[in-house]
Ligand binder design. Structure first.
Ligand code: SF4
Length: 311
């Protein structure tokens, strides 16, 4: 069976060996984050609906699980925002009926003002919502949202999620130099973190080339300084894999396939998605390794960010 909606398993920094489920087509999102690794959001969606057929998704998951693979998590993530799919809750419940594997949701966290969504996700084991800004101005600069979204409403939604959801919440904050790491924003962040009360806060910074080339990675020392400044005991830096090969789901075949493509010509992430039928999120895991091993490099070309073999 050739899968359209599930991908991986991918070696995930946060979740170990994770089978991905993409509930929207590339790229359906209500944000257009400057650091997005899946490319620009051409149209901002904010309506919850069945963007892809839930029964087809479920059939793929069943087919995959029949092979008894090793998995740490089944994760809703992919080429856009999974909570936009109105069948998310149905799928969580149906998957729970057929496997004991834990379920995670990687989400931009913008839609929890919707009580129905909070009810739908109640059986997920872990929710990883992002929150990159706590003031409206910074929210617009970093996340460039659909106009219906307001940061106060989003924060209240996350507070409400915490009150009503019994699983783990790991709040992810993507730090961008001189934007959300100012003293003023960090002070507001601390108040909001205390209000939301997540199990963990995970600080992240740039790993792969972003949509906007002016977004630069923040050094790990800077992230550690932020942790010290806040003085909260549940904040950590997301660990980067140094050797992803050591992870069970790393596929040497996929790596060769990507390297063969790049040997022919430089490609964008979209080119690689098209040629390999993999999702951007999956391709990026391999590019991380290859970049760290100095086998490939990125540059800005006419159609955006290209990846080529390093000479
Ligand atoms: S990073 Fe996530 S939330 Fe932001 S634009 Fe990309 S897919 Fe959407």
């Amino acid at each position: 069976m050739r899968y359209k909606y599930i991908f991986g398993p991918v070696p995930s920094r946060r979740l170990g060996v994770s089978l991905g489920i993409d509930l929207v087509m590339s790229k359906t999102c209500n944000l257009n984050c400057v650091y997005c690794e899946c490319g620009k959001t051409d149209k901002l969606y904010n309506e919850r609906k069945e963007y892809v057929n839930a029964e087809e998704v479920l059939n793929e998951v069943k087919d995959f699980l029949d092979k008894k693979p090793y998995l740490d998590y089944i994760t809703f993530s992919g080429s856009g925002e999974p909570t936009l799919n109105s069948k998310l809750g149905y799928l969580i419940d149906e998957i729970k009926k057929i496997t004991d594997t834990k379920i995670a949701i990687l989400t931009n966290g913008t839609l929890f003002y919707n009580d129905k969504l909070i009810e739908e996700v109640k059986n997920a084991d872990v929710i990883v919502p992002s929150l990159d800004a706590v003031s409206e101005e910074i929210f617009y600069k970093i996340n460039r949202p659909n106009k219906e979204l307001k940061i106060e409403k989003i924060i209240n939604g996350l507070v409400n999620l915490r009150k009503n959801y019994k699983g783990k919440i790991n709040l992810e904050i993507f730090i961008i130099d001189k934007l959300n790491d100012t003293k003023e924003e960090l002070d507001k962040f601390k108040d909001v973190i205390l209000k939301i009360n997540p199990d963990k806060v995970q600080l992240n910074s740039l790993d792969r080339p972003p949509v906007e080339s002016w977004v630069k990675p923040v050094e790990i020392d800077k992230l550690n300084e932020i942790i010290k400044y806040w003085g909260l005991d549940n904040v950590e830096v997301i660990k980067k894999y140094k050797v992803r090969r050591a992870i069970k789901s790393y596929s040497e075949n996929l790596e060769s396939e990507i390297l063969n493509m790049l040997a022919k010509r430089p490609c964008t992430i979209k080119d690689l998605e098209f040629i390999t039928c993999l999702k951007a999120v999956e391709i990026n895991k391999y590019l991380d390794v290859l970049e760290k091993e100095k086998k490939i490099e990125s540059y800005i070309g006419e159609r955006g960010i290209f990846i080529r073999l390093k000479s």
